[in-house]
Design a protein around this ligand. Structure first.
Ligand code: ZN
Length: 150
């Protein structure tokens, strides 16, 4: 299609092949499990929150390229954000994913996450891209439960 979609494709491949922040986090303040049974994506997410700021987020799990890339980019994106900022970014990102096939969206404030907004064309994959974020929300709430996209 366009050069932009090639670039997006490359970002997703890079993060799915070499996920950032993978592996358990010691001294986490929150932990949650996420599952997307439709695709078979599973992940465990750890966050370290200090003074209301996400100091670190790490994940472990297995799933498709989209879910892995999304978790990798998410852990990078929220680091250093306040909880409110992280939740606001989730809302922005999630509403882009849910905007539906063919919709025009503004990705100017999404950074790398913009690369994943192409999944809005494929409703089945929206859950793959949003799983890590739903799990993040649960971990920020203290965790202890398994989040499922179903
Ligand atoms: Zn998936």
């Amino acid at each position: 299609m366009s050069d932009l979609s090639d670039l997006y494709q490359e970002v997703i491949l890079d993060h799915s092949r070499k996920p950032r922040n993978k592996g358990a986090l010691e001294n986490a303040s929150g932990r949650a499990e996420g599952s997307n049974p439709l695709c078979g994506d599973e992940l465990t997410l750890w966050v370290a929150v200090e003074d209301g700021v996400v100091r670190e987020a790490r994940f472990e799990g297995h799933g498709c390229a989209i879910s892995t890339a999304s978790a990798s980019m998410m852990t990078e994106a929220v680091r250093g954000m306040t909880i409110a900022e992280a939740r606001a970014l989730f809302e922005r990102f999630h509403s882009s994913l849910l905007s539906g096939p063919g919709s025009e969206i503004d990705v100017s404030d999404l950074g790398k996450l913009a690369s994943l907004t192409g999944v809005r064309e494929y409703p089945m994959r929206v859950k793959c891209a949003s799983l890590a974020w739903h799990t993040l929300n649960a971990a920020l709430d203290g965790g202890g439960e398994t989040v499922t996209t179903e």
